[in-house]
Design a protein around this ligand. Sequence first.
Ligand SMILES: *[C@@H]1O[C@H](CO)[C@@H](O)[C@H](O)[C@H]1NC(C)=O
Ligand SMILES: *[C@@H]1O[C@H](CO)[C@@H](O)[C@H](O)[C@H]1NC(C)=O
Length: 274
Amino acid sequence: MRRVPRTLSQSSTSGGFLSVLTCLAILVILYSQISMWVSPVYKRRTVVHRDSDDDHVNIDMNITFLKAHCDDIYFKIHDQFSRQTHDATNHVYRQSVGSGCRMHMVYELKRITGEFIFTSKDNLTDMSHTIENAVVGDRHRYANTKAFHALKGVKLRDIGSSTHDYVLKLLETEFVDMMHDETANPYQYTFSYRPHILHSKKDGTAPSVPVHYIRFRYAWSPLKVEYIAEYNSMYDVVTNSIAYCGGLFTTVGVLHRAYMGGSAFIKDNMYKKL
Ligand SMILES: *[C@@H]1O[C@H](CO)[C@@H](O)[C@H](O)[C@H]1NC(C)=O
Ligand SMILES: *[C@@H]1O[C@H](CO)[C@@H](O)[C@H](O)[C@H]1NC(C)=O
């Protein structure tokens, strides 16, 4: 019985293995091309924000005061262009929860430096609070990282009658999807926080303060990060797939032949030596 020459049988096993790998690679290529057709890839770029007349940005925040009655807390707002702090308590939905108060604040901030303040009526109110969430600007399904809700879950319990400052730095982020004619402008932000600890006066008496407050100062970055959705067209899917698969076949063929040639060469030389 004639035996199949060794190199030939070896060639067909390694060839079979390579075909399976190549088929898998083709499936991966097709999958990635088709998924870029169905859902977009976002290209990022940073631009300078251009001011427009109507630069109002929505802020939506839920904050719960743990030990303060709803009637004891006002909401005030003040920005660079307005002379005085104005009371915006009617922009806040207040709801008593146990011995505390949950506040849902929805407000349109002007895109200028300013501050909004939760302030007590007297200097006896305990300002301990937890922030459930705070979102600035639009919502978008990709705006889901911590940077878009940095204040979420911040808890300041047992702070008693002290006063606190948060400083927010806001960065506009724009998601543009021309195919579906959608744009959304959620804001990323960072915050820092500083308590005001009141030191006793020299004669040992406590300093007198009329009210307690939680103040949020905010500032806007002049930059804007844009994410532009890019889709593959059907034509891209077909041509890219053909190009990638063709390239893959050629490369695999060349490598396989090189490998077979190389191993045959080594074996021949080894047999010659023996
Ligand atoms: C705050 O709570 C209200 C419901 O009480 C909800 O509709 C809103 O989305 C919440 N805001 C945030 C920023 O989670
Ligand atoms: C609280 O306010 C009152 C006046 O409204 C003042 O007499 C008192 O000293 C203040 N107490 C503290 C601890 O600041």
